[in-house]
Design a protein around this ligand. Structure first.
Ligand SMILES: NC(=O)c1ccc[n+]([C@@H]2O[C@H](COP(=O)([O-])OP(=O)(O)OC[C@H]3O[C@@H](n4cnc5c(N)ncnc54)[C@H](OP(=O)(O)O)[C@@H]3O)[C@@H](O)[C@H]2O)c1
Length: 345
């Protein structure tokens, strides 16, 4: 076994390399580094430090990102790397967050200060036929992440949704408004928030809304902008609900505001939506205008356009708390959409 002493912004940290269990043979350098808990005030830290031959000062700005192949995940990777963080992204094929052992192994070997969870089961209607899958990925898996963060003393940043609200307020939701989820997806996301808060003292929970980013071009689920462009290309008339209002959120701007909140040391619940309440029908109109398309677009409503899951009618989020914390406002909807099309190419 080898011990490594690392001097970080959080004080001295001890890591042990356990290579004895490595199937490839008991070779130093082939094992996993895991943190060792050494009480700070026992004098033990100083005694161990005096026996170590190797000590190194390392910058303690490591961020692990789960769900890094998703729309938000790809932007978080870029944004934190741009700000000088050492970033490691885990796509679903590398780490499935429902696998507790895999989460723990990933975090123990990288030992980040910050863990961002942008992985999520986002199929709102399908969740009504497979609520266990939604609860597993959006709820229980957050428990895995929170417990692993506790072990390595890392901060968890978790993303949640406007769908934790029932949509009856009629004006943008603030962080302290009462939650009342309306379906299996929404319940599973609220469960994720509760698990993060149950196991950690200071998680940062960011609720967002209608996310669209260039990453959606390459994901199976895509986003609303890409869905509208596909429908327009099909030449069929397009019906979009005009009685449901949200605040569509540009993923690169969300990643930027996330990094701002982290670097300001903020914890608790924050809303980061697009900043402009708009109906899905009006949003579709803006998208077609920005794309220079004129498909047959018709307004409909939830009575005519039935879906498996109930959705909040008005779920725009207020960003007032974020702005009050000194973070610049989100870009205007039209500007964000223009940037989306520029990056989309
Ligand atoms: N998209 C929205 O409209 C919206 C609205 C409100 C809130 N949010 C929240 O915002 C956050 C980011 O969403 P997004 O738009 O970036 O979603 P996204 O594009 O669908 O990305 C989610 C990512 O999570 C991965 N994933 C799913 N299950 C996983 C698991 N068990 N283990 C590891 N990875 C898993 C997905 O991989 P696969 O593609 O392989 O499944 C995908 O790469 C999520 O917390 C979401 O709930 C999103």
């Amino acid at each position: 076994m080898r011990l490594l002493l690392v001097k970080t912004e959080r004080g001295l940290r001890f890591l042990q390399e356990d290579y004895s269990t490595n199937g490839g043979g008991a070779k130093p350098g082939a094992g996993r580094w895991t943190p060792v808990q050494v009480p700070e005030d026992s004098g033990l830290q100083a005694r161990i430090a005096s026996h170590l031959s190797y000590a190194e000062e390392v910058p303690d700005r490591k961020a692990a990102i789960f769900g890094s192949g998703g729309q938000l995940g790809v932007e978080l990777k870029q944004e934190f790397a741009r700000r000088g963080w050492e970033v490691k992204g885990f796509e679903r094929t590398q780490v499935d967050i429902t696998d507790r052992a895999a989460v723990e192994a990933a975090l123990a070997s990288f030992d980040p200060q910050l863990v961002l969870n942008s992985a999520a089961y986002n199929q709102v209607d399908v969740a009504e036929t497979e609520p266990q899958a939604a609860l597993s990925a959006n709820g229980l898996a957050v428990r895995n992440l929170a417990m692993a963060c506790r072990q390595i003393d890392a901060q968890l940043v978790h993303f949640s949704t406007d769908y934790v609200f029932d949509g009856t307020k009629g004006s943008p939701y603030a962080e302290e408004d009462a939650t009342r989820p309306l379906g299996a997806y929404a319940v599973s996301k609220l469960a994720g928030e509760l698990f993060a808060q149950a196991y950690l003292d200071n998680p940062l929970i960011i609720r967002t809304c209608g996310v669209y980013g260039p990453g959606g071009l390459h994901t199976a689920r895509g986003n609303f902008v890409e869905l509208m462009l596909r429908l327009a290309a099909s030449g069929q008339p397009i019906r979009v609900v005009n009685d449901h209002v949200a605040s569509p959120t540009y993923a690169p701007a969300l990643a930027e505001k996330t990094a701002d909140l982290v670097e300001k040391g903020k914890t608790g619940v924050f809303h980061v939506g697009g900043g402009t309440p708009i109906s899905w029908y009006e949003w579709a109109g803006l998208i077609f205008a920005a794309a220079g398309l004129q498909p047959q677009l018709r307004a409909t409503n939830e009575r005519e356009y039935r879906t498996a899951a109930r959705r909040p009618k008005f779920s725009a989020l207020s960003n007032a708390k974020m702005e009050g914390a000194g973070v610049a406002p989100m870009p205007a909807l039209e500007d964000a959409l223009r940037q989306y099309f520029e990056r989309r190419g």
